[in-house]
Ligand binder design. Structure first.
Ligand code: ADP
Length: 490
């Protein structure tokens, strides 16, 4: 099969969160299975160019229709750790992708609507006719809309679209101008409730809704979140639309790329280990302490790695830091937020805790440090308010770092409580709490810290149970192949 991924992120070149890991990991798995996969990305100025091999211009003259005129683009090609990637570079005074960050600008909808259009134009003009176009999140929600409404008539009639929603919170809600910009025009047609009209703001268009309506199949990133999105407020207003399209909607658990996230072979950690040689993990714990200037005491290290977004339960993360420090644990945080207010808040907290030898807060994005933390920490907390899948807990499990998570979204599908799960004891791999409040988090942390001190052998067994879980792309890759086959035959 010939598959083209159209996405706004791909690890490690352009990574903000899990979307990037999924685009890379799934593409790799699909290639291992004998498919041909290409990835189309924007050519951001702020990408990690050191992670691209053989970058060169492959098409100098891609003209992308835009607002009745056209924008001149170049298309670059390069390998990202073996994946074939095309990067679209528009030459226009809008500087869509020549910015210091990936997202967070007032014209984000315009930037990614343009990117979606450019990706289709590239396929059209370059005679690329994939069997499957796989799009991701609101940024590429217009791809299936434009494919069906415009590009089918220009010869792209056999392409089928799979659309994966990683986060329902951000939907790309916008105004009528986007129809003139992209050439979709016909406001009366698209403002129909069955098409792109936003379910709440009737004067607005919703790009993610367009993706749902026009795709051949929609997935979200865990089976439990698929149910939540359809039946609870976790669909952020799209539950009803999903219900209408439920015959082509399902949850596929994300996988982790164990070639990158694997303590047995990880080049970014000083001591490699597996379940049978778990003691080497303590070498990484020492290295983590040395790097972050934490004191070397007989204490567990509890960590948080992730975006500092309300979604992640920032108030509970902060609470967890102080609870850990008061209860015989050390705490390490690695995170950042696009919101300056939240960042400042954590900088303030960092200054407040600066002299504490049991705590280190690293405000920023640091992929290498993330590897060392997964390896060196004993536990990780994820008190998320919503969590479509969550990769952090799956990565932590692989490194024998015990997750303490709230029972929400994909966390329900992957973490099973040591004391209360109905699963057999050898499948229990962490701690789970239900309410999104401080007492619930404290109770779970209390159980985890208590086991670490009082029953080290049992804690070790919990670590090993986690390391034995298989959350690789192998199974989920097959699920996606089945979906692609299904929509091709329809
Ligand atoms: P989300 O997609 O909501 O951000 P996930 O748990 O699915 O959350 O994926 C988060 C990914 O991003 C993981 O690979 C995690 O290690 C990584 N990550 C998040 N924040 C940082 C950071 N500040 N530094 C390094 N890696 C980070």
């Amino acid at each position: 099969m010939y598959i083209v991924m159209v996405a706004s992120e791909c690890a490690p070149v352009a990574k903000v969160g899990g979307l990037a890991d999924v685009v890379f990991g799934l593409s790799r798995e699909l290639e291992i299975r004998g498919n041909s996969v290409e990835i189309i990305l924007p050519k951001y100025d702020c990408m990690r160019y050191d992670q691209i091999w053989g970058l060169h211009v492959t098409r100098k003259d891609l003209w992308v229709p835009w607002y009745g005129g056209a924008i001149h683009c170049s298309v670059w090609f390069g390998f990202v750790h073996g994946r074939k990637c095309f990067f679209i570079e528009p030459h226009s005074p809008d500087n869509f992708f020549s910015r210091p960050h990936f997202y967070g600008f007032t014209d984000d909808v315009t930037r990614f609507a343009f990117f979606s259009k450019a990706a289709l134009e590239f396929m059209l003009q370059d005679n690329r006719r994939p069997d499957i176009i796989h799009c991701h999140d609101w940024q590429t929600g217009l791809v299936p809309v434009m494919l069906y409404e415009m590009y089918q008539g220009q010869g792209m009639h056999t392409q089928r679209v799979c659309y994966t929603i990683h986060n329902f919170k951000h939907q790309g809600v916008t105004g009528e101008y986007i129809l003139s910009a992209t050439g979709l025009s016909r406001p009366a047609h698209f403002y129909n409730f069955d098409r792109l009209r936003d379910n709440f703001n009737h004067g607005a268009l919703n790009l993610m809704k367009g993706g749902i309506v026009y795709s051949n199949f929609i997935t979200t990133v865990s089976p439990n979140h698929a149910l939540e999105a359809m039946h609870t407020d976790q669909g952020y207003g799209l539950g009803q639309t999903l219900h209408v399209h439920r015959h082509k909607f399902g949850g596929v658990l994300n996988g982790v790329d164990y070639d990158v996230w694997n303590p047995e072979i990880d080049p970014l950690i000083p001591c490699r280990y597996k379940a049978e040689t778990l003691d080497a993990k303590y070498g990484d714990k020492g290295a983590l302490r040395d790097r972050l200037l934490l004191r070397n005491e007989f204490k567990p290290i509890i960590a948080y790695i992730g975006r500092l977004d309300n979604q992640k339960g920032v108030h509970l993360i902060q609470h967890g830091i102080f609870y850990a420090l008061r209860n015989g644990a050390q705490f390490v945080l690695l995170g950042s937020s696009p919101d300056p207010g939240t960042n400042n808040h954590f900088w303030h907290l960092k200054h407040q805790l600066n002299d504490n030898p049991d705590c280190h807060l690293e405000i920023g994005f640091d992929e290498e440090l993330a590897h060392l933390i997964y390896a060196g920490a004993d536990m990780i907390i994820m008190p998320s308010l919503f969590e479509p899948c969550g990769l952090t807990q799956m990565m932590a499990l692989k490194y024998g770092t015990v997750p303490i998570v709230r029972a929400i979204g994909g966390l329900v599908d992957t973490v099973f409580d040591r004391d209360y799960s109905t699963r057999p004891p050898d499948q229990r791999n962490g701690y789970v709490f239900h309410q999104s409040d401080a007492p619930a988090l404290e109770a779970a942390m209390h159980r985890a810290i208590g086991l670490w001190y009082a029953y080290p052998e049992e804690f070790r067994q919990l670590m090993i149970n986690g390391m034995k879980c298989d959350y690789s792309w192998c199974r989920s890759g097959q699920d996606y192949v089945n979906i692609y086959d299904y929509i091709r035959c329809k």
